[in-house]
Design a protein around this ligand. Structure first.
Ligand code: NAG
Ligand code: NAG
Ligand code: NAG
Ligand code: NAG
Length: 431
């Protein structure tokens, strides 16, 4: 493969100065320590370990199961659908049978819908230990009698209201004679929603990607940090801002339609607007490395790929997958779903994240970053100051037109609606 010159230079530079490598390893260890010590998952895990031997009293029945249809569409939709299946099982006081996710995006062509087991993407045991007492996953081999299955058909259409759906769920709790309840029909993402944002957040926290994905994300983050080091010429760590740029043609068509339907004009952001607003984030040190998470395979023109790298404010050094040298080496090895999962993890680890408030991908990242910030005691980002895990929406104006709006997930919302279908009423506080 031919890499851009800058990438070759990068490699030469880092090869030629041996001691620099040592510095990089040191920085990596530092960040690792930072992540480990602040990781909510470790705290939760420690807590879970203390209570894990009380399996019979920890809430969810282990001898009754719920089975759901294969989960489809993008990573974010699949995460929401999975969480919704878990919360449905919880309402029925049943264990969820580990569902299949989908590795590909071809949702219209069912034969191309490559199923991938949940545990190829997320850690199965870890899920159960982190979510112990709240929701539970089991394997199909845990079912004793496969003949005792009750098929639950979800209704559809205008008359199938949220209330009727909830009533059906409550009634199925009494179907105790059946070891398995199998929901027939729609992808769980399309089921009616009955749960609060906090409940979803709890399930998302238990979804830890498998080591392989996490290692690939580490590799990408290392490259980004390395690029920052090179730019700063040894003046210490450089902040890293991830920008989820939605500028591909599919999105532009979709968001223009949304704007017409919802009669708002703040959904689609042009490249120029994104660049201006990101450049105006207050308190950004220079140099700063930008990681541009772009759905590059979906861009309209090949030239777009390199043109996203041009036009940024001085001091902001943009990279996308190709310039970073991770396009083939890391992402290219994987299916669509795993590629998204790696990108998701990279954005999660950025010092600052900037996304589109109408994108579910951006919204879920902000939700997880909000959880992290809350655990460190930050419930609001409305004021200036050294915020950790801060996030912004580039499609919405902040204090003034040229500035992006500060963004935290309002954790007190009683339904996921606000974030699962996009919103322009984002807040800078989590309560
Ligand atoms: C689920 O069932 C178990 C066993 O019957 C019970 O102990 C537990 O309280 C129930 N959990 C909920 C959330 O209803
Ligand atoms: C499974 O359930 C069916 C129907 O209740 C019953 O006839 C059958 O004997 C059961 N099989 C086992 C192995 O328990
Ligand atoms: C934002 O940045 C642009 C240049 O990119 C500048 O012209 C504009 O005044 C800035 N706006 C604010 C509010 O800082
Ligand atoms: C968060 O949501 C709750 C419930 O919808 C609302 O009452 C509250 O004002 C919101 N807070 C912010 C900061 O937007």
């Amino acid at each position: 493969m031919n890499y851009p010159l800058s990438y070759k230079n990068l490699r030469l530079v880092s090869k030629s100065i041996a001691f620099k490598c040592l510095v990089l390893v040191g920085i990596a260890l530092f960040y690792k320590a930072l992540f480990l010590s602040s990781s909510p998952r470790n705290v939760l895990l420690t807590r879970a370990r203390h209570t894990s031997d009380s399996s019979s009293t920890d809430g969810v029945r282990t001898d009754k199961f719920l089975e759901v249809p294969q989960i489809v569409w993008g990573l974010n939709n699949q995460k929401i659908a999975f969480a919704r299946a878990c919360l449905t099982a919880r309402t029925m006081n049943r264990t969820l049978l580990m569902p299949s996710l989908s590795a590909s995006l071809f949702y219209k062509e069912v034969d191309k819908l490559l199923p991938i087991p949940f545990d190829k993407v997320f850690q199965f045991e870890r899920f159960n230990s982190l979510c112990s007492g709240f929701v539970r996953l089991a394997r199909f081999s845990d079912v004793r009698n496969r003949t005792q299955v009750f098929e639950l058909e979800k209704g559809s259409g205008r008359r199938w209201t949220v209330e009727r759906d909830l009533e059906q769920l409550k009634q199925s709790v009494s179907r105790d004679e059946f070891e398995v309840i199998r929901v027939k029909g729609k992808n769980p993402f399309l089921w009616h929603d009955h749960w609060a944002v906090k409940d979803y957040a709890k399930v998302f926290e238990c979804m830890v990607v498998v080591d392989e994905i996490s290692r690939e994300a580490d590799k990408v983050v290392m490259k980004i940090r390395e690029a920052g080091e090179n730019a700063a010429r040894g003046q210490g760590p450089v902040p890293f801002v991830a920008v989820h740029m939605r500028i591909e043609i599919d999105w532009m068509i979709h968001c223009k339609k949304l704007e017409q339907r919802q009669k708002v004009s703040e959904i689609c952001s042009s490249k120029r607007e994104i660049m201006e607003r990101v450049g105006n984030i207050s308190g950004l040190k220079t140099p700063t490395v930008l990681y541009l998470a772009v759905a590059d395979s979906l861009l309209e023109e090949k030239e777009e790929e390199s043109s996203v790298l041009k036009g940024w404010r001085e001091g902001l050094i943009p990279f996308e997958k190709k310039k970073l040298g991770v396009k083939e080496e890391v992402y290219g090895k994987y299916s669509y779903l795993i590629q998204s999962a790696i990108d998701y993890e990279v954005c999660l680890r950025a010092d600052v994240f900037v996304g589109n408030s109408f994108s579910t991908f951006s919204s879920l990242i902000v939700l997880e970053r909000t959880q992290k910030a809350r655990r460190l005691g930050f419930v609001s980002s409305c004021e200036d100051g050294g915020n950790v895990w801060s996030s912004y929406a580039y499609n919405l104006a902040g204090e003034s037109e040229g500035v992006p709006r500060r963004w935290m997930t309002n954790m007190t919302h009683s339904s996921l609606q606000a974030i699962s279908y996009g919103s322009n009423s984002v807040s800078c506080s989590s309560e």
